[in-house]
Design a binder for this molecule. Structure first.
Ligand SMILES: [Zn+2]
Ligand SMILES: [Zn+2]
Length: 190
C-alpha cells in the first residue's frame, strides 16, 4: 500500500500514539487508519459513536499552535480502494488543517503531526464528527459567538464586558428574563 500523498513511498505497519494500528509513511509521517482498526480501537476504549457532538471537544476552544504540514493541501486517493479522499476541516485559533476520509471504505488519513494535535483536542476519539454537517455547524456557531464576545471586550473593556456576560446569563436563566431585555432595549431606543 502506497502513501496517498507520495505514491512512490510504501506505507509500513505501525501504530499511532495512544491510538489505533495504522499504515505509516516513513517519509512524510502521515498515517492511514484502516476503518476496521479505527472502529476496533474505539470499541476497545469504549468510546463508541456519539450521536451528538459534545461541545467540550470542539476544537476552537483550544489554544494550540500548529503549522499544517506541507502535504495537507494535496488532493489524494484512498490508498486502499482509490476513491478521492474527502477533506474535513479542523479549525484552530490561528490556522486550520484537514483530516481526510475515504467516502467509500471510511478509512482516515492524517498527515504528519495531525494525529497528535487531534489527540490534544480530544478529537482523536471522534474523527467521524469532523465529517458531519451538524458538527461543522456547531463549530461555526461557537466561533461566531467567541468572536462576538471578543468584540464586546474590545469595545467596552474587560470589566464592563464581564458584567454584560454575567447579566446575559442571569437573564437567560430567569423565567422572566425577556422583561429585562425589553427594558434595556427601551432605554436605548430613545
Ligand atoms: Zn508520505
Ligand atoms: Zn477507501
Amino acid at each position: 500500500m502506497q502513501c496517498p500523498k507520495e505514491t512512490q513511498v510504501e506505507l509500513k505497519d505501525g501504530a499511532l500514539f495512544a491510538g489505533p494500528k495504522a499504515k505509516c509513511c516513513p517519509d512524510c509521517g502521515g498515517a492511514w487508519i484502516p476503518p476496521e482498526h479505527y472502529l476496533d480501537w474505539q470499541d476497545r476504549n469504549r468510546i463508541g459513536f456519539e450521536e451528538d457532538p459534545t461541545v467540550e471537544v470542539l476544537p476552537s476552544a483550544a489554544p494550540i499552535t500548529f503549522d499544517p504540514p506541507p502535504l495537507d493541501n494535496r488532493a489524494a486517493l484512498c490508498p486502499d480502494c482509490k476513491h478521492y479522499l474527502v477533506r474535513g476541516r479542523v479549525n484552530l485559533r490561528n490556522t486550520s488543517f484537514f483530516v481526510e476520509r475515504c467516502p467509500n471504505c471510511k478509512g482516515y488519513w492524517c498527515d504528519g503531526g495531525e494525529w497528535s494535535i487531534l489527540e490534544k483536542l480530544r478529537l482523536h476519539t471522534h474523527l467521524e464528527h469532523i465529517f458531519s454537517d451538524l458538527w461543522q455547524a456547531k463549530v461555526k456557531a461557537l466561533e461566531a459567538s467567541e468572536r462576538e464576545r471578543q468584540a464586546t471586550v474590545d469595545k467596552l473593556g474587560p470589566e464592563i464586558a464581564a458584567k454584560i456576560f454575567e447579566l446575559a446569563e442571569l437573564l437567560e436563566n430567569h423565567p422572566n428574563g425577556d422583561f429585562g431585555v425589553a427594558y434595556l432595549m427601551r432605554r436605548f431606543e430613545e
